[in-house]
Write a protein that binds this ligand. Sequence first.
Ligand SMILES: *Cc1c(COP(=O)(O)O)cnc(C)c1O
Length: 229
Amino acid sequence: MGIAQRYERERERVDEVCRAAGRKPGDVLLLAVSKTVDVEGARQAFEAGARAFGENRPDELMRKAAALPDAAWHFIGNIQSRRIPDIVGASALIHSLYQEKHARKIDEAAAKLGRVQDVLIEVNVSGEASKSGVAPEDAAELVRMAVALTHVRVRGLMTMAPRGDAARARACFEGLAALQADIRAQLSADDAAVFDQLSAGMSEDWEEAVAAGSTIVRIGRAIFSEEFA
Ligand SMILES: *Cc1c(COP(=O)(O)O)cnc(C)c1O
């Protein structure tokens, strides 16, 4: 099986799991995380129908976005201040914002480009020390701060679940969905209307995430790795 077949298989499975969860297929964006392959690998997924890709390094993001400009490119990696202009220049959506100072710099960079940058706030729901993200109890304050920036549009929340345990992953995703609903209820009607995205679920746990309400699943190895069963 090649990249195209694995992409098609994942797309079909996401649609099936949506239906099983009583959700509309198409309500969940399959983000193809192409960080482990070169442009050619990403192109194979594009030709099979993938139109949204995730990258975690600014250089790769820029390179692949330039090679495949008809796809949407999302930044899912660690944000470094000095790379923010590059990230903003190439990203349809930034998934991994969790620091106030970065929110301000994204706002400045987007203003210079005359655009509004869509972002998600990354939340460390599980509390694992190895995970980045704002603590759940501090998420609402960061959302309020970022929502007030003119060139930033806060679209929702993102998280990464503990690995290897479906029940813990499910609890983590449900916690993220509950937090989103809670924060959304505190926003103005206009801000709440666009605060509708939940980026949750990777190759091993996206089924749990879809059941918990995820709107973006970030799938890497299940598409791009031959080793992934
Ligand atoms: C690499 C990565 C993914 C994809 O992980 P897989 O297990 O390969 O599906 C998703 N989200 C983030 C933030 C990543 O860094």
